[in-house]
Write a protein that binds this ligand. Structure first.
Ligand SMILES: Nc1nc2c(c(=O)[nH]1)N[C@H]1C(S)=C(S)[C@@H](COP(=O)(O)O)O[C@H]1N2
Ligand SMILES: [Mo]
Length: 171
């Protein structure tokens, strides 16, 4: 068994990303990098304040989807990647039926949590492998799986396709 000192040294040698991974799995709401997403509300994680902050490394640690998707907001097929919505719900222990997803411009959409369970909805953090700048609708873009479920390509889904996401309140 490693001594605590040996473990810490090993973690530092592996770098910040590796050192953060166990933090994300433990559900501790202390990101080492800039917070991209805050999840609040009816969640089992997050301590008494019921708030979990995610930086990019913590979002990367969740089960991912990578897909080339056509959207109304992009030209042709674009490769989006990011955590599955279902993985995020599992990570925070979401218990509510509605996700109030709010953007940097304060647009908000109430999305059924069931959507994240029924379809591989992605919280895209990257386009073509690069983090998404705010001016390109980042840092997080809700991407429904239009590639494998074309029947979702409707105005009702577009309204739930929040871009520039900053927070999700589980109601
Ligand atoms: N951040 C953000 N996401 C948003 C919106 C918004 O105003 N801000 N509008 C929503 C609605 S109601 C629809 S129909 C589509 C509209 O996309 P468009 O404005 O590019 O047509 O984006 C959705 N996502
Ligand atoms: Mo809309």
């Amino acid at each position: 068994m490693l001594s605590r000192r040996t473990f810490l040294t090993a973690s530092l040698a592996l770098g910040t990303g590796a050192a953060l991974a166990p933090v994300a799995r433990a559900g501790i709401s202390t990101p080492g990098g800039r917070t991209l997403l805050t999840v609040t509300g009816a969640i089992r994680a997050g301590g008494p304040t019921k708030s979990v902050a995610f930086d990019l490394a913590m979002l990367d640690d969740l089960a991912q989807r990578v897909a080339k998707v056509r959207t109304p907001w992009t030209d042709g097929e674009v490769e989006f990647s990011g955590p599955l919505g279902s993985a995020l719900l599992d990570a925070v222990g979401a218990e509510g039926a509605t996700l109030r997803i709010t953007a940097l411009n304060d647009y908000a959409a109430d999305v059924p949590a069931a959507d994240f369970r029924a379809y591989p909805v992605m919280l895209a953090t990257r386009v073509s492998g690069r983090p998404i700048p705010v001016r390109e609708k980042g840092p997080i873009f809700v991407i429904y799986p239009f590639d494998v479920m074309p029947s979702l390509y409707t105005e009702a889904t577009f309204a739930k396709s929040v871009w520039q996401v900053k927070s999700i309140d589980v109601l």
